[in-house]
Design a protein around this ligand. Structure first.
Ligand SMILES: Cc1cc2nc3c(=O)[nH]c(=O)nc-3n(C[C@H](O)[C@H](O)[C@H](O)COP(=O)(O)OP(=O)(O)OC[C@H]3O[C@@H](n4cnc5c(N)ncnc54)[C@H](O)[C@@H]3O)c2cc1C
Length: 378
C-alpha cells in the first residue's frame, strides 16, 4: 500500500469502528438504514472516491477505493453495499457516458454525498437474463415516458438518483440487448413509485425495494449516451460493481475471522483455550488464507482496471472467489463459536447471514462462472 492508501484505510477503519460497528447489530435487528451515515460518508469524500476532482470527487484509483470499502464492510456490510452501489454504478455510468452538462448536474451533488445513487436493472421476471426486461420507454416530444416494474433496487427508496434501464425498442421491433436505454431519474419524480421493501435474511439494514414507473416522463437530457445501448453501459458498470461487492465480501470475511481468532483464544474447554486444538487451528488457518487470497484477487482486479486493461474476467473472479470465501469463513466462524455462534448475541451469526447475498447480487456465482468461462475463449 502507498502512504496515501494507508491513510485512507486508517480513516475508513476509524470511521467503521466508531460509527458503524457499535450500531450494526441494532440496525440489523430493526432493518433500519442509518441515512445520516450517508452524509458522514459524503463529508469524508467516500461517496466520490472514483470521481475526478473537477466534479468534487477525490479522483482516487480503484485500488484505494476498494481498500476503503473493505474497511467499511468490516464495520457494517449494509452501509458498505450502499456505498458500493453509489460509487461503482450510477456515478460511474454517468461519468463514462454522460454529457458535460449531465456530469455537472448529477455528479457534483452525488460526489458530495448530498444525493445517494441507485442502479435499477433487475425486474421480477428478468434477473440473470436481465436483457429480457419488460419495462418500456415510449418516445414522446422532448423525452421518453416510462412504464413498468423493476425489482431489488438497493437505495431505491431513500436514495435520490437512480440510473434505470428500460426498453427503447418497440413491441413490433424487438432488438434484444441493443434495444434498452439508461435513464437518470430523480426518485422524487412524478410516476416513480416505491413499492415493497424486502424483508431480507441478511444485510437487513440495506434498503432493497421494488419500484414501478407509471407514466414517468424522462427528458432527453436525462438519457445516458445512445438510447439503445443502456444495457451495454450497465454491463460495463457491473464489471466495476463486482469488484466493489468482492471488497464488501472480503470485509465481512475479515470481520468474521477476527471474531473467531479472539474467541478461540478466550473460550476454554478441556481446561485449555480451544485454539490449542489442532482442529481449531486448521480452521483458523484455512479462514485466514481465504481472506488473504480474496483480498489479493480484489487488488489484482483493481490493478487491471486502473491500468485500463480488460477487467471482466478478473472482476468476476474476484467477486466469485471473495463471496465464496465470505460464505466459507463466516460458516467456519459460527462453528468456532459453537452454540454461541448460532445465537444473535454474537456478531458471527449476522456476518453469516450478511455474507450469503454477496453470492447472489450483481450476478450470481453461476453467472460469474459463465462470464469467466466465456472470457477464456475470447
Ligand atoms: C439484496 C439484493 C439487492 C439487490 N440489489 C440490486 C440492485 O441494486 N439493482 C439491481 O438491478 N438488482 C439488484 N439485485 C438483483 C440481483 O442482481 C438478482 O437477484 C440476481 O441477478 C439474480 O437474479 P434473480 O434473483 O432473478 O435469479 P434468477 O436469475 O432467477 O436465478 C435463479 C437461479 O438460477 C441460476 N441461473 C440463472 N441463469 C443461469 C445460467 N445461465 N446458468 C446457470 N445458472 C443460472 C442462478 O444462478 C440462480 O441460482 C439485488 C438482489 C438482492 C437479493
Amino acid at each position: 500500500m502507498t502512504e496515501e492508501q494507508q491513510q485512507i484505510r486508517d480513516l475508513a477503519r476509524e470511521f467503521a469502528e466508531g460509527e458503524l460497528k457499535p450500531h450494526a447489530e441494532e440496525w440489523d435487528r430493526e432493518a433500519h438504514f442509518p441515512r445520516e451515515v450517508v452524509q458522514k460518508l459524503g463529508e469524508l469524500g467516500f461517496l466520490g472516491m472514483l470521481l475526478p476532482e473537477q466534479y468534487e470527487g477525490l479522483g482516487m484509483d480503484t485500488a484505494t477505493y476498494l481498500i476503503a470499502l473493505e474497511e467499511i464492510a468490516r464495520g457494517d456490510a449494509s452501509v458498505a453495499v450502499a456505498m458500493s452501489v453509489h460509487n461503482s454504478l450510477p456515478t460511474q455510468m454517468i461519468l463514462a457516458h454522460g454529457t458535460d452538462a449531465q456530469k455537472e448536474r448529477w455528479l457534483m451533488p452525488m460526489a458530495r454525498g448530498e444525493w445517494l445513487g441507485a442502479f435499477s436493472l433487475s425486474e421480477p421476471d428478468a434477473g440473470s437474463d436481465a436483457a429480457r426486461m419488460a419495462a418500456q420507454a415510449r418516445r414522446v416530444d422532448g423525452g421518453w415516458v416510462l412504464n413498468g416494474a423493476k425489482a431489488w433496487v438497493t437505495n431505491g427508496g431513500f436514495g435520490d438518483v437512480v440510473v434505470a434501464m428500460a426498453r427503447t425498442d418497440t413491441p413490433d421491433d424487438r432488438r434484444g440487448a441493443k434495444g434498452i436505454g439508461a435513464f437518470i431519474i430523480p426518485t422524487g419524480a412524478e410516476g416513480y413509485i416505491v413499492g415493497k421493501k424486502e424483508d431480507k435474511m441478511g444485510q437487513r439494514a440495506s434498503e432493497t425495494v421494488g419500484i414501478a414507473f407509471r407514466d414517468l416522463f424522462v427528458a432527453d437530457d436525462q438519457v445516458l449516451g445512445d438510447p439503445s445501448l443502456g444495457f451495454i453501459y450497465a454491463l460495463q458498470g457491473l464489471d466495476g460493481g463486482r469488484m466493489g461487492i468482492a471488497a464488501v465480501a472480503t470485509g465481512i470475511a475479515q470481520a468474521a475471522l477476527e471474531h473467531a481468532v479472539r474467541y478461540a483464544d478466550e473460550r476454554k474447554q478441556f481446561g485449555t483455550p480451544i485454539r490449542a486444538f489442532q482442529g481449531m487451528q486448521f480452521k483458523l488457518a484455512n479462514m485466514a488464507m481465504r481472506v488473504e487470497a480474496a483480498r489479493s484477487l480484489v487488488m489484482r482486479a483493481a490493478a487491471a482496471k486502473d491500468a485500463g486493461k480488460p477487467e471482466a474476467r478478473l472482476s468476476s473472479m474476484a467477486k466469485l472467489f471473495a463471496s465464496e470465501a465470505a460464505m466459507y469463513v463466516t460458516t467456519e466462524a459460527v462453528q468456532v463459536f459453537g452454540g454461541y455462534g448460532y445465537v444473535k448475541e454474537y456478531p458471527v451469526e449476522r456476518l453469516f447471514r450478511d455474507a450469503k447475498v454477496t453470492e447472489i447480487y450483481e450476478g450470481t456465482s453461476e453467472i460469474q462462472r459463465t462470464v469467466i468461462a466465456r472470457e477464456l475463449y475470447r
